[in-house]
Design a protein around this ligand. Structure first.
Ligand code: BV8
Length: 246
C-alpha cells in the first residue's frame, strides 16, 4: 500500500530497487533532521555561531588561528547531539545492508547515526564529531569514553577528527566513495543541499557510470534537475516506504 505521506514512486524505480545489486546512498544533514540534529543551511542554530557563519568557525583557518574556539563550537554541537537517536531513515538504510549484495553508505554527516542504526562500513567523508585527533601524531581518541586532554601518545594538542572547510578529506575516503559510485546501479542522494565539494561530485560520478540517480529531499537542490527521479519529501517518510513497497 502506497503511504499517503510518500510521493509516487515510479514503476522504473520499483523495478530497479527490486533487481539492484550495487547501490550507493549519499547522505547529508537532512537524513538526521528528523532525529533533531539541526541542518546547516536551514537557518537552524548551527548555521551561525557567535556571529560567525558555520563555514568560518568550521574552517581549517579558524583551527589554526583559534583551536579553543573551534573546540567550544564542537563541544556545543556534541552537547546538542548527546541524546539524539537514529530515525526511520537511518534504520531503513541499515536494513538495506541485508537487501543489497553491495550497499555503500557515504555520509557527509559527522553525527555517527548511521553506525548507531546498524550500518557497517560507512564512508565518513567529513569525519566524526565523537572522535578527536592529535595535531602532531594523528592518534585518535573516542570522545564518548575519554575527556579531550592532551594526546596520550605525544602530549600535543587534540583537535576534532572532523574535516573542516579548506581541509583535505580523510585519505582514501573520497576515492572509495567515487569507486563505488562509478559502478553502482542505483544512487540515492538523501538530505543534502549538494553545495559542498567534493562530496557533491558523487551523484555525477554515478550518473557517468550506469547509476540511476534518485534524490530524496523536501526541497529542490542544484542536483534536482540532473537526477533521474526526485522524491519530494522527508527521508524518514520515504525511505521506509521504498523498501516495503517493492
Ligand atoms: C576540499 C564538517 C580540497 C564540519 C563539513 C576554498 C578553499 C578550499 C576549498 C574550497 C574553497 N572554496 C570552495 C572549496 C571547496 C569546499 C566547498 O565545497 N565549499 C562550499 C561551501 C562551496 N570544500 C572543502 O573545503 C572540502 N575540502 O575541498 O579539500 C582542498 C583543500 C584545500 C584547498 C583546496 C582544495 C571540505 C568540505 C568539508 C567541510 N566540512 N562538515 C562541520 O560539520 O562543522 S561540510 C558540512 O556541509 C557538513 O558536513 C554538511 O554535511 C555539509 C553539506 O551540507 P548538507 O549535509 O547538504 O546540509 P545542508 O544543511 O546544507 O542541507 C540539508 C538538506 O537536507 C537540505 O537540502 C534540506 O532541504 C534537506 N532536508 C531537511 N530536512 C530533511 C531533508 N532531506 C530529507 N529529509 C528531511 N527530513
Amino acid at each position: 500500500m502506497q503511504s499517503e505521506i510518500a510521493p509516487t514512486i515510479s514503476a522504473e524505480l520499483r523495478q530497479r530497487f527490486a533487481s539492484a545489486s550495487r547501490v550507493v546512498v549519499l547522505t547529508g544533514a537532512g537524513v538526521s533532521a528528523e532525529s533533531g540534529v539541526p541542518t546547516f543551511r536551514g537557518g537552524g542554530n548551527t548555521s551561525v555561531w557567535k556571529g560567525m557563519p558555520f563555514d568560518v568557525i568550521s574552517s581549517g583557518q579558524m583551527l589554526e588561528r583559534d583551536l579553543p574556539a573551534v573546540w567550544e563550537w564542537f563541544d556545543y554541537r556534541r552537547e546538542l547531539m548527546q541524546s539524539v537517536k537514529p530515525n526511520p531513515a537511518h534504520v531503513a538504510i541499515a536494513n538495506w545492508q541485508r537487501r543489497f549484495p553491495e550497499l555503500t553508505v557515504v555520509t557527509q554527516n559527522i553525527d555517527g547515526l548511521h553506525q548507531k542504526a546498524g550500518s557497517r562500513g560507512v564512508i565518513e567523508l567529513h569525519g566524526n564529531i565523537w572522535r578527536a585527533r592529535c595535531v602532531t601524531c594523528e592518534m585518535t581518541i573516542d570522545l564518548t569514553e575519554h575527556r579531550r586532554n592532551a594526546c596520550v601518545g605525544c602530549g600535543d594538542n587534540l583537535r576534532p577528527d572532523v574535516v573542516l572547510f579548506g581541509e583535505m578529506l580523510p585519505p582514501g575516503a573520497y576515492e572509495r566513495a567515487a569507486t563505488a559510485a562509478s559502478t553502482c546501479e542505483l544512487c540515492f542522494v538523501v538530505g543534502t543541499s549538494a553545495l559542498v565539494y567534493p562530496a557533491a561530485n558523487i551523484p555525477a560520478i554515478a550518473k557517468m557510470g550506469s547509476g540511476y540517480v534518485v534524490e530524496i529531499n523536501p526541497e529542490k537542490t542544484p542536483l534536482s534537475s540532473f537526477c533521474d527521479e526526485v522524491l519530494s519529501g522527508k527521508a524518514g517518510d520515504i525511505l521506509p516506504v521504498l523498501g516495503d513497497d517493492v
